[in-house]
Design a protein around this ligand. Structure first.
Ligand code: FES
Length: 154
């Protein structure tokens, strides 16, 4: 997107100072809201994760701990737009949390499926395959790795 600076506008098209201030304030508010969202589901410091134990950069990027993902279920990480599942004990999978039907966010994991609230699609916690439509395409997988009790992207 091309951004037009206020100084590039002709004097008659420049925004009055009060409107500029309002827009600048809105930008700060949006940035603060986004920053808040990105930390929503990240384990807090001192929660017993490798991140708090070692303080290394890679450990700080953990998206969840294994104990947060129930066996036979899953955890939705809204800030990462992903859902992590544990279909078999000790086996963790991750998928996009964006429904392939019309783009709603899935909102629950139960009875072996990842569920979309908008039109009822259900996806397998094992491979993201459609279990119940109207979606026709599986949830895309997301690569994760497990180190100790921490789950990392990639
Ligand atoms: S957007 Fe998920 S079922 Fe329609």
């Amino acid at each position: 997107m091309t951004e037009i600076q206020d100084s590039q506008l002709s004097p008659s098209r420049q925004l009055p100072p009060s409107r500029r201030a309002l827009l600048a304030g809105a930008s700060v508010t949006c940035a603060a809201m986004l920053a808040g969202c990105t930390t929503q589901d990240v384990p807090p410091a001192g929660s017993g994760t490798a991140a708090s134990a070692s303080g290394s950069a890679s450990a700080a990027a953990a998206v969840a701990t294994t104990s947060q993902v129930p066996e036979g279920g899953g955890k939705i990480i809204d800030a990462r737009r992903m859902v992590i599942t544990q279909p078999q004990p000790g086996s963790f999978k991750a998928f996009s949390s964006i429904c392939t039907h019309q783009g709603c966010f899935v909102n629950s994991v139960s009875n072996g499926t990842i569920n979309c609230p908008c039109h009822g699609s259900k996806f397998s916690i094992t491979d993201g395959a459609v279990v119940h439509g109207p979606a026709t395409r599986p949830l895309p997988p997301i690569a994760i790795s497990v180190e100790g009790t921490s789950i990392f992207p990639g």
